[in-house]
Ligand binder design. Sequence first.
Ligand code: LIP
Length: 291
Amino acid sequence: HSALATSSTMRSQKPMTPAPKRIVRKETGGRGDTLTIIGADLVTEYDRAVENMISSSLKEKYPHYEFHGEETYDPARPLTDAPTFIVDPIDGTINFVHAFPFACVSLGFAVGRVPTVGVVYNPSTKVLYSAIRGQGAFLNRETRLPLKGSHVEPLAGLKNALIAVEWGSDRSGINWETKIRTFEKLGQSQEHGGAMVRAMRSLGSAALNLCAVADGTLDLYWEGGCWAWDVCAGWVILSEAGGIMADGSPGNWEPRLDGRKYLAIRGSPDGAGQKELVEEFWSHIQGPLQY
Ligand code: LIP
């Protein structure tokens, strides 16, 4: 779809993150988004250049595998069971544009729509997460996840949890209503019927949120509206670190890779408290998520 180039309005440019030269606004098209979300759904020339670099190199080395990337996604070619690279060249583009150092390259690979290989790299912090299904998850190639000591605390309910939620780019309609009513319920005191989680964060990168749940920094992450390229890599890392991925809507323990709503829970000793935390969270969701 056509794109409209505008000049960048960078306010602060910290040395660790290269400053995007211009922002290209997404228009109505491929992903079914609407023009009303233009202000929150950005793509820079860097997103396109990085995806181009990754896809050319992967296609050269693995010509028989499919490639599914955020910037070249074609809704006429949805995800299939074929071995597929699933890539977000810059996950956390808004952070990247604002030089907030929480953005990454998210490289996933799925077979039969099962997330199988995941690599997530944040160039600002130089932190690399990686995992292969059945072979464990690693931090900076050497340290196995979960980090020693990070999962010693059993999960002890939402009121003791640090959780991540995201606004996403679509700020209207039924899904937005469900999200904001759920955010309110999660934060509200228990005497008033809320869950009163310890705290909520919105850090702006699905892949890094999943890695933070994998390494035990976060207890839980919930989002509706993101895409397979946002979650594929992080999902492998999460599962291999002992975490679980459930559906973002109540009742489904086996979410689809392209289902667009996800609930991730960190590992704990013998998995204690994981299912209970999923069910407790589901009980606070205030309406449908329709993707
Ligand atoms: C973004 C995410 C963010 C989420 C947005 C979007 P982008 O990816 O990672 O956490 O809330 O819906 O998907 O657009 O920066 O690659």
